[in-house]
Design a protein around this ligand. Structure first.
Ligand code: AQP
Length: 345
């Protein structure tokens, strides 16, 4: 039986949400709920792979759930919950720790970037992070995952884990009534399209915009006030050249490329289409137009986020309901997994 088309994605509550999270992930989640079964998680267990103040963790968890809804996700259509409420994520992740190989994990560039010189001293959880991510996705037998470009390598590893599990337990998969050729877990597709799959820092066009960037001016946060968004865009690093009339002209200009890609993503246009309007113009024209566009998109979302985070009762109800619905999918999958690996129940 073919796998049900099902989309899963998540964001970790490790800082204030920024434009990269919005354009690379959240904004793209919304239309998928019209065409797929969609599960959107606040991955709080991922957040604690590095130290989190518990109060901040709680606040950011509500903020992400609020951002999902304020950006257009409907909690009746999409399952919205926080990961730690569904314990099966942890259980499957342990099984995947025993399927994945040390060598696979050691090659993950995100681990190398985050651990840096300090790899002896970071948590074991940070090293095993991609295994938990594979569990998040495969617990729901998800067939597609919308993520920004930075997560592509982790998705590749998810596929490797699914393939190895399907291969190692082929006999038991067949013995439990599944089509062994199709496999127990799907080979999940990465859903990455659009102009802003990697939003870069406003100060350095070669560095990803990130929650943990030390410089506030490099990052537009979803909850920034209009004046601050305008100021950050005005001060964004650029070069002295006018904008080219075709995308090719941006290839060696990372900062210019980033700002045009942001404009395109915020206005649902292609880069070429934006350049057909602004090609030949200087930054004095483009930056104010970009600032106005960013404020017009982000401000209403931020206003709704603030309203939602203040309504804790409603947020708790939405997260608990999402967790119930997530569990209803996850528990039967875990029962099959336990039987397949040989756990006695
Ligand atoms: N700069 C970005 N451009 C496009 N997409 C991005 N995403 C993150 N940064 C960018 C996408 O947002 C989703 C959630 O990411 P995450 O919070 O789970 O992890 P991350 O990618 O590690 O995010 P940050 O902001 O860089 O967090 P820190 O600094 O705490 O590590 C993913 O789909 C991601 O692709």
């Amino acid at each position: 039986m073919p796998f049900t088309p099902r989309v899963f994605s998540g964001i970790k509550p490790s800082g204030d949400l920024h434009l990269g999270n919005y354009l690379g992930a959240i904004r793209r989640f919304v239309p998928l709920q019209e065409t797929h079964e969609t599960i959107y998680c606040v991955v709080d267990m991922h957040a604690i792979t590095v130290w989190q103040d518990p109060e901040d963790l709680r606040r950011w968890t509500y903020e992400i759930a609020a951002a999902y809804i304020a950006s257009g996700l409907d909690p009746k259509k999409s399952i919205i919950f926080n990961q730690s409420q569904v314990v099966e994520h942890a259980e499957l992740s342990w099984i995947f720790n025993c399927v994945a190989r040390m060598g696979w994990m050691s090659r993950m560039t995100q681990f190398k970037d985050k651990a840096g010189e300090n790899s002896e001293n970071v948590s074991l959880g940070l090293f095993a992070y991609p295994s938990l991510m594979a569990a998040d996705i495969l617990l729901y037998k998800s067939t597609g995952v919308p993520v920004g470009d930075d997560q592509r390598q982790h998705l590749e590893l998810t596929r490797d884990i699914a393939k190895k599990f399907n291969h190692d337990f082929k006999k038991q998969i067949a013995g439990n009534g599944f089509d062994a050729d199709e496999g127990f877990f799907p080979i999940t597709e990465t859903l990455s399209t659009g102009p802003a799959m990697r939003v870069m820092s406003l100060r350095d066009g070669t560095k990803k915009m990130s929650k943990s960037d030390a410089s506030d001016m490099s990052t537009i946060y979803m909850m920034d006030e209009a004046d601050l968004i305008t100021k950050k865009i005005k001060k964004a690093t650029t070069d002295p050249e006018p904008l080219p009339s075709e995308a090719k002209g941006l290839e060696t200009r990372p900062e210019a490329q980033n700002l045009v890609a942001i404009f395109a993503a915020l206005s649902d246009r292609s880069v070429d289409d934006v350049l057909s309007e602004y090609g030949g113009q200087g930054w004095g024209k483009f930056k104010p137009a970009l600032a106005e566009l960013a404020v017009s998109v982000l401000s209403p979302v931020a206003t709704e986020m603030r309203r939602l985070v203040d309504d804790r009762g409603e947020m708790d109800r939405i997260l608990a309901d999402g967790a119930d619905r997530a569990r209803a999918i996850a528990q039967p999958v875990m029962e099959d997994v336990r039987r397949i690996v040989g756990f006695v129940r």
